[in-house]
Design a protein around this ligand. Sequence first.
Ligand code: PRP
Ligand code: ZN
Ligand code: MG
Length: 223
Amino acid sequence: MTARLRIAIQKSGRLSTESQQLLKSCGVKFSVNEQRLIAHADNMPVDILRVRDDDIPGLVMDGVVDLGIVGENVLEEEQLERDCLGNASDVVKLRQLDFGACRLSLAVPTEFVYGDASSLEGLRIATSYPNLLRRFMQNKGISYQDCQLKGSVEVAPRAGLADGICDLVSTGATLEANGLYETEVIFRSMACIIQSTTPQSDTKQALINKILSRVNGVIRARE
Ligand code: PRP
Ligand code: ZN
Ligand code: MG
């Protein structure tokens, strides 16, 4: 493990700009080169890794990186996945952040007559969040068929791949553009900052504490 603190953030997507902004507001000086995975801070021993958001919880849990900024939705899904496989998910949420608000919701085509979740009994649901969906449906005692997609979930009903979807909603524009409407929120999420439970050297832990206290300050000032 390097002496430099490694922080994973989303490369491109809803959280990228605000994640970079937050670190910069905390005094971490770096510039991002679109072609590069890693950005070295000039003024402190910190490296920023720009990866797919879905990979961030696993990288932190495996101790590959020290900190991550990720949606609680992605974190919860990865924890459920590891629990289900009997693998340890060694991670602590240091704090919730003040951006990245979204919800994981069930949605169906405009013409679908929806009463409650049992309207989906036996039907096929497309999602990138199979574990969060399963937990919700199991709690309700509703059976359904899986259609696991890493992307383009919102086009699945029109393409004839599924009857409904379970996907992230932020403004709702994506659902609307695809002739779908939201019927049920199954998980509410914000961005959060996570740390691996792998013990750190004293110097690294001191740096983590310093960054975290600055994060607290930045968020307090924005409230
Ligand atoms: C989500 C979701 C939709 C979009 C919804 O993807 O899959 O595509 O956001 O947002 P809207 O309600 O404002 O239209 P997102 O890109 O956030 O997740 P990802 O980066 O993991 O693909
Ligand atoms: Zn993603
Ligand atoms: Mg997307």
